[in-house]
Design a binder for this molecule. Structure first.
Ligand code: CO
Length: 141
């Protein structure tokens, strides 16, 4: 596998609305995308653009949201995951499994509309890692 570009840094927050104000007023972010629900992942998502990457703000959506536990430990929110692009999601999954890393579930559609999966932090130097197939040229995202 060849490591691709850092697509985004996932940041959990109890309030996307408050985080948007922070990134706009304190961090000087000029491009903040429209928040949207991602029910399949149990999160509400908002992308904040930086010149070379994005911050993905994630807020719990629904009782079963996987980030309730994170926010219970980190009530103010905090860095949740890193997301790297790869050209072929299925090849990447086979690669990580071949290295003995614990892939969490099957590839599924992520916030950018391409297939993603997560790899358990215990096998990734303590970092919850999202692997995302690079959007094809001309795709909406
Ligand atoms: Co993400």
């Amino acid at each position: 596998m060849k490591l691709g570009r850092l697509n985004h840094v996932g940041v959990a927050t109890p309030s996307i609305e408050k985080s948007i104000a922070f990134y706009r007023d304190v961090m000087g972010a000029e491009v903040i995308r429209e928040p949207f629900d991602l029910p399949a992942q149990g999160v509400k998502v908002c992308f904040v653009d930086t010149p070379n990457s994005q911050i993905e703000l994630i807020e719990p959506l629904g009782e079963a949201s996987p980030i309730h536990g994170f926010l219970a430990k980190n009530p103010a929110g905090g860095q949740h995951h890193l997301c790297y692009e790869v050209p072929d999601i299925h090849a990447a999954k086979a690669w990580f499994e071949g290295k003995g890393a614990k892939v969490l579930g099957e590839p599924r559609i992520g916030a950018h509309g391409t297939l993603i999966f997560f790899v358990h932090p215990k096998d990734m130097g303590g970092v919850l890692t999202e692997i995302m197939e690079t959007p094809k040229p001309g795709a909406a995202h």
